[in-house]
Design a protein around this ligand. Structure first.
Ligand code: AMP
Ligand code: ZN
Length: 493
C-alpha cells in the first residue's frame, strides 16, 4: 500500500492561513511549482534555505509514494532592479557591467546554482524551465488577458488593470491586503509612467533602444513582466489548477499575488490549491540579501574563507542546521549555532555507525513502532523537521544505552530502526554520511599532509619552484593550502 494512504499529511496554506489536510487533485499525484533563482549573481545561503525547504518537501512527498512533478524555474529575463516595473533588467545590468552577453551571465550563474545545490545533495526538479524559453506562452497569456478586458496597452507596453480585476475578483487575498488601503498608501504616479494606476503591473514592457534583452510582440519589441513567466510555465507543465506553489515569504507580495491575478484573469479560476511560503534566513538579525551585502555564499562556508565563521563547515552540517528549524520560522545564521549543529550532526552519524554493530537480544526496551510513528507525525504536521530531529535524538539515546549494555534490542526491531533512520536521515532530510567515505577522506588527509611536509622541506632548501608547484597543482585540484602561525592547513572545495 502507498504510504500516503496511512500517513495523513497536513500543510499550512498561506492562502487560508490555516493548517489543512492535504488532498491532491489527482490521487497519488502531486504537481508542485517553486519560483527559482534570478541568475544574475551567485546564490547566497538565504536563497539556498528556501530551495532546501522545498527539496525536503519534495523528498517527503516522494517518500510517501506520491508521484511528484516538481517544476522549479530559472528566471533569465524580466526581473527588473528593485522588483518594480521600472529600472534595468537585473541580468542585462550585470552583462553591461561585466561587458559580456546576458546569456553568458545566465550560464555562469545557472552553473553555479546547480553546483551549489549538488553539494547540498538536492534532488533535481522534474522540469527546470526558463523564462526566455517560454516567451510565446507568455505572449499568449497577455493576449488572453487583454481580450478579457483586464489589461491595457500604452506606448508598446501592456499593463494589468488591477482595479478592473478587483471588481470581479479579489486582489490581495494571498497577502491579506485590501486594494483600497494600497491605493491610500501609495504615492502618485510619476509623470513619465504609462500606468493608469500605481497598483497596475507590467505584463509586457516596451524595450528602449539600449535594452539588449528584447523580443518581437504584437505591441512592438519588448520583454515580459517578471510575474508572467511563472504563470506561463506553471500552467504549461502543471495545468490551470495545480496542487502546491512555493517560494520565499518575500515573494508573497507582489509576485505571487500577481501570479494569482494573471491566472484568474486569463482562465477564470484560482491556479493553486496550497500556497507554501518558506521563511527567511537572517544574519545578525537582518534578512540575508544580495543587495545589502548582508550575506554569505555556501562556497565561503565550505572553504572557511569568510570573516564570519571560525572554521569551515561541510554541506551536510549546514543542511542539518537548516533542517533544525521549521521552514516557516525565521532562522539566524551564526558561528555558535553552526558549531552546535556540527556537534549534533556528528552525534547522529556516530549513532548510525554504532547501530550497525549493535548486538541484538531477546527483547526490546524501546517501542520502535511507536517511535517510528512519532517521526511520521512530525513530518505529517506541516513538515516539522525540528520535531523529527528531536525524535531522531530520542533513538540516539537508546542506541547509546544499548551499546553500553543498559538496554537491549531484538534483531527485527534493529532492522526496523535502521530502516526508519535511513529513511528519515538520508532520504527525507537529505543528509549525507561523511564517514561513509571516511576511509577515503582519511587517506586524502594523509596524502595532503605528506605533500605539505615535502613542500616545507623544499621551502627550507629554498627550492621555491618545487614548493610553488605543490601549492599550485593542489589548488588546481581544488585543495587550497593556508599558511598560518600554527603551520599549514588545507581546505577542499
Ligand atoms: P531571487 O533569486 O532573488 O529571485 O531569490 C530566489 C529565492 O530565494 C526566492 O524564493 C526568495 O524568496 C529566496 N530568498 C531570498 N532571500 C532569502 C533569505 N534571506 N532567506 C530565505 N530565502 C530567501
Ligand atoms: Zn515565480
Amino acid at each position: 500500500m502507498q504510504l500516503y494512504k496511512e500517513q495523513k499529511l497536513k500543510i499550512t496554506n498561506s492562502l487560508t492561513g490555516t493548517k489543512e489536510d492535504f488532498k491532491p487533485i489527482n490521487e497519488g499525484h502531486v504537481g508542485m511549482y517553486v519560483c527559482g533563482p534570478t541568475v544574475y549573481s551567485n546564490v547566497h545561503l538565504g536563497n539556498c534555505r528556501t530551495f532546501m525547504s522545498f527539496d525536503m518537501i519534495f523528498r517527503y512527498l516522494r517518500h510517501l509514494d506520491y508521484k511528484v512533478r516538481y517544476v522549479r524555474n530559472i528566471t533569465d529575463a524580466g526581473h527588473l532592479v528593485g522588483d518594480a516595473d521600472e529600472g534595468e533588467d537585473k541580468i542585462a545590468k550585470k552583462a553591461k557591467l561585466e561587458k559580456i552577453e546576458p546569456m553568458e551571465v545566465v550560464q555562469r550563474y545557472t552553473v553555479d546554482f546547480h553546483k551549489i545545490l549538488e553539494q547540498f545533495n538536492f534532488l533535481p526538479p522534474s522540469i527546470e524551465p526558463t523564462a526566455t524559453g517560454h516567451i510565446i506562452e507568455q505572449l499568449e497569456i497577455i493576449k488572453e488577458i487583454l481580450e478579457k478586458g483586464y489589461a491595457y496597452e500604452v506606448n508598446g507596453s501592456v499593463y494589468f488593470d488591477v482595479k478592473k480585476f478587483n471588481e470581479r475578483y479579489e486582489y490581495g487575498k494571498l497577502s491579506g491586503r485590501k486594494l483600497e488601503d494600497m491605493i491610500t498608501n501609495t504615492r502618485e504616479l510619476t509623470a513619465q509612467s504609462d500606468k493608469r494606476s500605481p497598483q497596475d503591473f507590467a505584463l509586457w514592457k516596451k524595450a528602449e533602444p539600449q535594452h539588449i534583452m528584447r523580443w518581437p510582440s504584437p505591441w512592438g519589441d519588448g520583454f515580459p513582466g517578471w510575474h508572467l513567466e511563472c504563470t506561463a510555465m506553471s500552467t504549461k507543465y502543471l495545468g490551470e489548477t495545480f496542487d502546491i506553489h512555493g517560494g520565499g515569504m518575500d515573494l508573497k507580495f507582489p509576485h505571487h499575488e500577481c501570479e494569482i491575478a494573471q491566472a484568474e484573469a486569463s482562465n477564470g479560476h484560482s491556479p493553486v490549491n496550497y500556497w507554501l511560503h518558506a521563511n527567511m534566513l537572517t544574519m545578525n538579525g537582518k534578512k540575508m540579501a544580495k543587495s545589502t551585502g548582508n550575506n554569505i555564499l555556501p562556497g565561503e562556508i565550505f572553504s572557511g574563507e569568510n570573516t564570519i565563521l571560525s572554521k569551515p563547515f561541510t554541506p551536510s552540517v549546514v543542511r542539518f542546521f537548516i533542517m533544525q528549524a521549521h521552514y516557516t520560522s525565521i532562522l539566524d545564521l551564526g558561528n555558535e549555532a553552526l558549531l552546535a549543529s556540527e556537534k549534533g550532526y556528528h552525534r547522529l552519524m556516530d549513532a548510525i555507525d554504532n547501530l550497525k554493530d549493535l548486538e541484538t537480544g531477546r527483547k526490546t526496551d524501546f517501542k520502535i513502532t511507536v517511535w517510528r510513528q512519532k517521526c511520521y507525525d512530525a513530518m505529517n504536521d506541516d513538515f516539522n523537521t525540528p520535531i523529527l530531529i528531536a525524535n531522531l535524538f530520542e533513538a540516539v539515546k537508546h542506541i547509546n544505552l544499548i551499546k553500553e549494555g543498559k538496554e537491549s534490542l531484538t534483531l527485527s526491531d534493529k532492522e526496523l530502526l535502521q530502516q526508519t533512520i535511513n529513511d528519515f536521515v538520508f532520504e527525507v532530510l537529505g543528509l549525507e554520511h561523511k564517514s561513509e567515505n571516511g576511509q577515503d577522506s582519511d587517506k586524502l588527509q594523509g596524502v595532503v599532509e605528506l605533500l605539505i611536509q615535502l613542500r616545507n622541506e623544499a621551502r627550507s632548501n629554498k627550492d621555491f619552484a618545487t614548493s610553488d608547484k605543490i601549492r599550485d597543482q593542489l589548488l588546481a585540484m581544488g585543495i587550497q593550502l593556508k599558511d598560518g602561525k600554527e603551520g599549514t592547513t588545507f581546505s577542499v572545495s
